[in-house]
Design a binder for this molecule. Structure first.
Ligand code: PLP
Length: 503
């Protein structure tokens, strides 16, 4: 293909002003529609092949820290380069250095996948390039966000009337929920006076289980409560929050004159996918006027299956709940849904309107900028709307159901294998286990599993990650990729056993 650098301004295209100084480079214009078509078709062809068979590349790249950066020019080009050159570098230098989350053998963390409909939605939102800060700055982006999240709410069996917005991540959304919780106490005047240097402010306390995600710690750090304000409640034998321990921690804080503000319950913990007893936690919250936030960022998606609705039992009592379509609903990163029944408090936490953003619609519309830190809002709803429409609720259910089926099968294989030990219940699509040579225990067993995982990862055929279960090292196989089949999971388990014998 002939190189096609950006077009320089010519006499046939006089819409741009003349350069101010003779030595200045003449303004260039964007690539022509013909060029865009040419490269656009090439990119779509590439994506179509990639999404069809991401396993053309190893799931983990063979790179060392700094390799990618060293392979690229260290300063920007002064003159435009052709898209042919840029795309060639993308294929030659970038793709081989990517960890392929779309790969069926990606089973680390919470595996996920992009899908064609989601990619098309993402491309179109980049093309439209709207900033949905105000309803007026893109009515369709604002209204589609509310509509799509209402569809998702119905799919999840959550109560009517919940207000939902889309943010970048569960971490941001949990922070927003706790900022809203803080506004339950306007008498503390935190919005106005802040928290620092105030002898009049009581200690405000937040609770989550020992198994809650680190985003809760980050939220309390960022919001100025401080890590010491976060009570990590012990868990029961199933690694679920112990509600009796929660109730007694809250009561002791009340007796000490502290203000119990909020509980973060988790549906699908990061380590073992445990499900906190949300209904019982809601009772404690109700008794003490606390905000209940549910982190269902991974596990919540399962509730689109009628037979898994129970995982959100009690969540109708939550003040807020986060679920991530970018984790297990085949929507490209980033897309995290935050629901709340107190949008008034979310708004009180974040609304701050300078003169230049005042619009005549007033309170007749919802402006997304009022519900978080960011002014600018991406048109994230488009890709989620595409995914839900393209697969349909039944299609999405069939995918999630299959992942759960494979996870249970894997659990059965592990249970039947004397070399292996399952370390947690299989609640969703993630299985936690370890390799147990006879007679090995304690630190030696931890090291053995850590070495086993290192060997598996070094092989680059499958990507698994680890966790600790009550202090013991454990391996995780997370199934969330649209391409992952029973065969891939069987092979992953064989690789673990092989690595355990040969590291
Ligand atoms: C239970 C849970 N909550 C929150 C998060 C953070 O998600 P995000 O990357 O969207 O911030 C994770 C990440 O895996 C998680 O497992």
């Amino acid at each position: 293909m002939e190189p096609t650098p950006p077009r320089e301004q010519t006499a046939e295209n006089p819409t741009q002003p003349a350069p101010a100084q003779a030595h200045a480079a003449r303004p260039v214009s964007d690539m022509s529609p013909a060029e865009f078509r040419k490269h656009g078709y090439a990119v779509i062809d590439w994506i179509a092949d990639y999404l069809d068979a991401p396993e053309k590349w190893p799931v983990l790249p063979a790179v060392h820290p700094g390799d990618v950066r060293r392979a690229l020019p260290q300063s920007p080009p002064q003159r435009g380069e052709s898209m042919d050159e840029i795309l060639a570098d993308f294929q030659r230098l970038i793709v081989p250095a990517v960890t392929h989350w779309n790969h069926p053998d990606f089973m680390a963390y919470f595996a996920n996948s992009s899908t064609a409909a989601g990619v098309l939605g993402e491309a179109l939102s980049a093309a439209l390039n709207v900033n949905a800060m105000l309803w007026r700055t893109s009515p369709a982006a604002t209204e589609l966000e509310f509509l799509t999240l209402d569809w998702l709410r119905q799919m999840l069996g959550l109560p009517e009337g919940l207000f939902g917005t889309i943010g970048d991540t569960a971490s941001s959304n949990t922070l927003y929920a706790l900022a809203a919780a803080r506004e339950m106490h306007p008498e503390l005047r935190i919005r106005e006076e802040g928290m620092s240097g105030r002898a009049d402010l009581p200690k405000v306390v937040i609770y989550c289980s020992e198994e809650a995600h680190s985003s809760v710690d980050k939220a309390v750090m960022t919001l100025g409560f401080g890590l010491e304000a976060l009570r990590k409640i012990p868990t029961d034998s199933g690694l679920r929050m112990d509600v009796a321990a929660l109730a007694s921690a809250v009561e002791s804080d009340v007796r000490a004159g502290r203000v119990p503000l909020a509980v973060v319950a988790t549906v699908g913990t990061t380590s073992t996918t445990a499900i906190d007893p949300v209904l019982a936690i809601a009772e404690v919250c109700g008794k003490h006027g606390m905000w209940l936030h549910v982190d269902a960022s991974y596990g919540g998606t399962a509730a689109i299956l009628p037979e898994m609705q129970h995982v959100l039992h009690g969540c109708d009592r939550a003040d807020s709940l986060v679920v991530n379509p970018h984790k297990w609903l085949f929507t490209p990163v980033d897309c995290s849904a935050l629901y709340t029944r107190r949008p008034d408090l979310l708004k009180r936490a974040f609304q701050h309107i300078p003169d230049y953003l005042i619009v005549s619609e007033g309170e007749s519309v919802a402006n997304l900028m009022d519900y978080g830190v960011a002014l600018g809002r991406r048109f994230r709803a488009l890709k989620l709307w595409f995914v839900i429409r393209n697969f349909g609720v039944e299609g999405l259910r069939s995918l999630i159901r299959e992942h759960i089926r494979i996870a249970h099968l894997l659990g059965d294989w592990i249970d039947a294998d004397p070399e292996l030990e399952r370390m947690a219940d299989v609640n969703f699509s993630t299985v936690v286990f370890r390799h147990c040579p006879p007679g090995m225990r304690g630190r030696e067993l931890d090291d053995h599993n850590s070495r086993t995982l290192a060997k598996v990862v070094a092989g680059r055929e499958v990507y698994l990650s680890h966790t600790r279960v009550r202090g013991s090292y454990a391996l995780r196989i997370a199934i969330g990729n649209i391409h992952t089949t029973e065969g891939h999971v069987r092979r992953a388990l064989e690789l673990v056993k092989e690595a355990a014998r040969t590291y």
